[in-house]
Design a protein around this ligand. Structure first.
Ligand SMILES: Nc1nc2c(c(=O)[nH]1)N=C([C@H](O)[C@@H](O)CO)CN2
Length: 118
């Protein structure tokens, strides 16, 4: 299956378990892979038949900054559900990295893959 992807989408938002994390924004970086058949878009050269990575990026930014959650797990599950519901995508993989969370690590995060129910 073909893929449309977004790499290292940067979003600043309130996120985290601890009280100090609820006071100032932190950086998150998203890598997103969406499985979709690109042939109809390619044959027609029509953005309306494509999974528009710009719109998906806007949706991720809007959702991530709209209502704070504590866990990265909560956020990526919400985003996967949003993308599967709103776009012509059979499967989505979302990896979110939170580089400032663990000082001794380059980055930490969560990755999930979710598919549309058959
Ligand atoms: N699996 C997870 N572990 C942790 C999370 C998380 O969202 N998922 N979050 C935290 C804290 O918010 C952390 O980022 C602050 O250092 C800890 N572990």
């Amino acid at each position: 299956m073909d893929k449309v992807y977004i790499s290292q989408l940067h979003v600043e938002t309130i996120i985290g378990v601890y009280d100090f994390e609820k006071e100032s924004k932190q950086s998150l970086y998203f890598d997103v892979e969406m499985l979709t058949d690109i042939r109809a878009a390619a044959q027609s050269d029509d953005i309306n038949l494509a999974v528009d990575y710009a719109k998906v990026s806007e949706d991720i930014i809007a959702h991530t900054t709209a209502k704070p959650v504590e866990l990265l797990e909560t956020l990526v599950e919400q985003l996967a559900a949003l993308i599967l519901a709103q776009y012509n995508v059979s499967q989505v993989t979302i990896k979110v990295s939170k580089p400032a969370a663990v000082h001794a690590a380059q980055t930490v995060g969560v990755e999930i893959t979710r598919a549309k129910a058959a």
